[in-house]
Design a protein around this ligand. Structure first.
Ligand code: BTN
Length: 298
């Protein structure tokens, strides 16, 4: 091994020990070298990049054991000119944030805490489609790898068995008519134990009764986001909305929506081409909602 790597035995030994410290289970095989028995489920860039099936997403990975929030790191990188597809990953966040100023609890090594930088040439009004597109991608990846059937509660909640599995936070930097870059944030409960979760939340481990590889899931999520983003860039938002409809759990329900404009209640009847939710109030008037907190009444 040391010969093919062109390093001394001593240097090789040091590398092996640092891998062991990172949680890799490696045994020495006399006269032969070392054997890798198992890898830890850590989101190390080398693990995520290995056999990652994307062209753009995840080509540049910033990884943190602990960070305040991956959103702030990605926003800063975006301003400094980091390319489209750069991702920021953390094993835990001390100030993870959700929509509407909420805190996102980010227990270490349990979830996926990801921010992705995208540079679409769009006006800010179309950015909410990116939230839908990301939510679809997460659901597709979960379905593919676990056979579970997650749903999307408009606009950004990933739901399983009527409990919250994850959420998307989209933040953008730009001018009134042109986005400079968008940061898509994803928080997903993967291997959280039941007792550490609120009773309104769920993890994939709880649903499957077994651990799920965060690396495999993350790779599939990135692949799906890239595919759906390509559709979006080709102007095929109809296809995105169609996919969203198939995963959504909001249409056809009575909803109460709280936003800065106040509260409205009615039937969620459709989603329009920009990803806005159309709500028919009891008066019969249809109102288009672009953001807000949605409660499914029945
Ligand atoms: C929500 O449901 O309100 C959205 C939650 C988004 C949480 C993720 S975790 C990774 C990224 N960093 C953050 O601080 N927030 C997003």
């Amino acid at each position: 091994m040391s010969r093919s790597l062109k390093i001394t035995r001593q240097a090789l030994w040091k590398h092996i020990h640092s891998l062991k410290d990172d949680g890799y289970n490696i045994v020495a095989v006399p006269h032969l070298g070392y054997r890798l028995i198992s890898s830890p489920d850590r989101l190390f860039p080398q693990e995520v990049a290995c056999s990652l099936n994307t062209f753009v997403l995840g080509k540049d990975i910033k990884y943190f054991e602990t960070v305040s929030t991956t959103m702030d790191v990605a926003l800063r990188l975006g301003m400094e000119g980091s390319p489209e597809g750069t991702i920021v990953l953390a094993e835990t966040q001390t100030k993870g944030r959700g929509r509407l100023g909420r805190h996102w609890v980010s227990p270490k090594y349990k979830g996926i805490y990801l921010s992705v930088i995208l540079r679409p040439k769009i006006s800010p009004s179309r950015a909410s489609l990116l939230t839908l597109l990301s939510a679809i991608s997460v659901c597709e990846a979960i379905k593919e790898l676990t056979l579970l059937e997650p749903k999307i509660k408009w606009p950004n909640d990933i739901i399983l068995n009527n409990r919250k599995l994850g959420g998307i936070l989209t933040e953008l930097n730009g001018e009134t008519d042109q986005v400079k870059f968008v940061v898509i944030g994803l928080g997903l409960n993967v291997n959280n134990d039941n007792k550490s979760l609120l009773n309104t939340a769920i993890s994939l481990k709880e649903a499957k009764q077994e651990e799920v590889s965060r690396v495999d899931l993350l790779q599939e999520i990135l692949r799906r986001i890239e595919l759906n983003y390509r559709l979006f860039q080709k102007g095929e938002q109809k296809e995105i909305i169609e996919k969203w409809r198939a995963f959504n759990s909001t249409l056809g329900r009575r909803v109460r929506i709280t936003s800065q404009q106040g509260q409205i209640e009615g039937a969620a009847v459709a989603i329009d081409d920009d990803g806005g939710l159309l709500v028919r109030k009891d008066s019969g008037i249809i109102e288009k909602i672009m953001c807000g907190d949605v409660l499914h009444c029945r």
